[in-house]
Write a protein that binds this ligand. Sequence first.
Ligand code: XLS
Ligand code: MG
Length: 343
Amino acid sequence: MQGTFRFSFGPWNIHEGADPFGPEVRDSIDFNSKLKTYKQLGFDGVQFHDDDAVPNMNDLSPAQVIKEAQEVKKVLDEHGLQAEFVAPRMWFDPRTIDGGYTNNDPACRQYALDRSKRCIDIANALGTRNIVLWLAREGTYIREAKDPVLATERIAAALQMMLDYDKNIRIMIESKPNEPMDHAYIPTIGHAISMGLLTSEPDRVGCLIETAHALLANLSPSDEMGFALAHKKLWSVHLNDQNSLKFDQDQTFGAVDPRRALNQVRVLDQHGFGNAGEWVGLDVKVMRTQKADVALKHLDYSRKIFLRLLQISRSLDDNMIAQLVAERDYEELNWYIIDAMLK
Ligand code: XLS
Ligand code: MG
């Protein structure tokens, strides 16, 4: 069963180039102009943080938030684009300095829960049932700061609250082991999937796997994907690349290790990813050195590299691979793959 692939990215993937050590190096591009680039680059899906859709949402009533999101939906329709998911951006507000759901301060926890409800309202208005949780600050800098049992229970209670708030949504947890925190509570996809078991509706809790996040946990992204696929929980991906264990680099997909990228494409394709409407998200960042007029190439090339790798994967002779596996001649198999990639 082959996969079906259509592509998405988030407005944050077109950005000004600030890093922790220096300011912006490119002018901001407004949201509408960003939307114009999607189709030109071969993308049909938009991934949202809640405040990408409604920037001033903290100052608005719930009804006003929905109204603004409905306006954004009209613009999406005009561009022929679909919203893939909405994720609450829970790592900017002063109330989330020490986490949202796991914050030690009840008022801050309440803010996180309220914000999650608004995020769901926005998703509904944009026409998607997918909520992504990248739990940026749900972790600690020092272990004594939070009780890990209580923290896990609090995350589960937040999931339950969201599932109860809207019976139609589904939650995709995007695991990441560290950054911004020293240690995050949901570091791998096994953790993400098992969080669903602490709710009354595990069927509506799945995951999104980001290549770089798996690599930061020193894991194989394609095996992480395989694990999630076996559980029928892989509902989205954030493909990119990463040069060893350092900060989250979000490099162009396949730019560091094309073979590792091939294996991600291959596991998705061989297990029918996309046939139930899943999107291939590319969570890539342009290099800071890139000039403004050529600052979209990371998206264009990430998609093109995916499609090239798909071609290579589909050109491989399955019988030949099966024979080499049966003979346990993995050196020959290694050569066969490398040779196909270097042609
Ligand atoms: C950051 C995450 C972020 C999420 C969306 O590391 O990748 O971009 O994908 O909230
Ligand atoms: Mg991501």
